[in-house]
Design a protein around this ligand. Structure first.
Ligand code: DGJ
Length: 375
């Protein structure tokens, strides 16, 4: 008995010393290996050579503006994360695109086998200009942890019509003048938006690009998926072979549907896209779309969320869908619970995706163990 007690005591002492957590607790503080709440918001995850790399926005105490840049964490088990530092740093130089105080959101990183580079895209708003710039920005690195070298930013695909538009579609859009639609949300305005009112308005300057994700398809082609056209319509834009340019080919998703926060995955030959509506930092009901082709057409289905507060995506907003390595059909839905008054305290919702009648379901769990769920 005495021996048993000593053994138990030893075990209890050893547990916290091992420092290994087994559970993910959505919505709660998520300490990294050093005990600090993980600071990688609006993020995405890349798997490379045995490690998951989690990239996200560093959030400050009092402002949502970028004072640091994009952070990177590394893990082997998806639960225990080690801080790897700032992968892309904002700059002190006044007038720099990524000047400290800019808005830098939703960074995602993909690996380009052709160049051996890690390519980061993110949504950039210039310092002091609110959300007017609506730019896509790109940076590259030789190592997954960076440092990432900032390349450029701008609107997307100037002088290009959507790739699937017919001559008639182009001619129709060409007649639309934003100035003729001073009043928004009317029926004629909605029709014009669907016909490409803002595609036409931004034809010369390039399409707006805000909330975003990246996706590398099975054939190695990479795509940038982003909220465009005044956040009314998502666009899927093909990237160049080195993943650092847009090729000029793009397609629209749900014209006029007001989707933000795109997160995508492919399962058994079908693409699934989870988005949110547009309510700023406040949560709203997730949306689910599916298509047999990344280029559409997309069909909308009811929200995949189930459980308490499912109508508000459990208080969160989608950011990424993480394919679990080596496990067919294993995906994690990643979302952010924003705290705009105390941004650094924003939380993460990570939940496993299950399938019911072949349709993805995201069911709330207070806590869960990836190695059990994905055994
Ligand atoms: C919702 C977006 O999804 C976020 O990334 C951020 O841009 C907020 N809007 C700002 O209100």
């Amino acid at each position: 008995m005495k021996h048993l007690c000593s053994l138990l005591c030893l075990l209890l002492l050893a547990l916290p010393m091992s420092g290994k957590e087994r559970t993910i607790k959505p919505g709660q503080i998520w300490p990294d290996a050093a005990g600090n709440h993980i600071n990688a918001h609006g993020g995405g995850v890349l798997f490379h050579k045995g490690y998951y790399y989690w990239y996200g926005e560093h959030k400050a105490e009092k402002t949502s503006s970028a004072l640091v840049g994009v952070t990177c964490y590394r893990s082997k088990d998806l639960v225990n994360w080690t801080y790897c530092g700032v992968a892309l740093q904002v700059e002190d130089q006044v007038g720099s695109d990524i000047e400290k105080g800019c808005t830098l959101e939703r960074p995602k990183v993909i690996y380009c086998p052709r160049t051996g580079k890690f390519v980061m895209w993110f949504h950039l708003e210039l310092k002091g200009h609110g959300y007017a710039a609506a730019r896509a920005a790109v940076a590259v690195a030789d190592k997954p942890t960076g440092p990432f070298l900032y390349l450029r930013s701008g609107r997307v695909n100037p002088y290009c019509w959507p790739a699937d538009w017919s001559e008639a579609d182009r001619a129709c859009a060409d007649t639309l003048q934003a100035a003729h639609f001073g009043q928004w949300w009317t029926e004629p305005w909605r029709k014009a938006v669907a016909q490409g009112l803002f595609v036409k308005r931004d034809f010369n300057g390039g399409q707006m690009a805000r909330d975003m994700t990246l996706y590398v398809d099975d054939d190695g082609r990479a795509y940038h998926i982003f909220s465009s056209e005044e956040n009314l319509t998502l666009q899927v834009a093909e990237l160049s072979d080195d993943f650092t340019y847009h090729t000029g080919r793009y397609w629209r998703i749900a014209p006029g549907g007001q989707n933000e926060a795109p997160a995508i995955f492919k399962h058994e030959g079908r693409y699934w896209l989870i988005t949110s509506g547009c309510t700023g930092w406040d949560p709203n009901e997730a949306r689910l779309f599916t298509s047999k082709s990344l280029l559409g057409p997309w069909e909308q289905l009811p929200s995949p969320c189930v459980g308490p507060n499912a109508k508000l995506t459990f208080g969160g907003q989608s950011t990424f869908i993480l394919p679990v390595q080596g496990k067919l059909g294993a995906f994690i839905f990643m979302a952010d619970i924003w705290r705009p008054k105390h941004p650094i305290d924003a939380r993460y919702i990570w939940l496993p995706i299950t399938f019911k009648d072949n349709v993805p379901v995201v069911e709330w769990r207070d806590e869960w163990v990836p190695e059990e769920v994905f055994e």
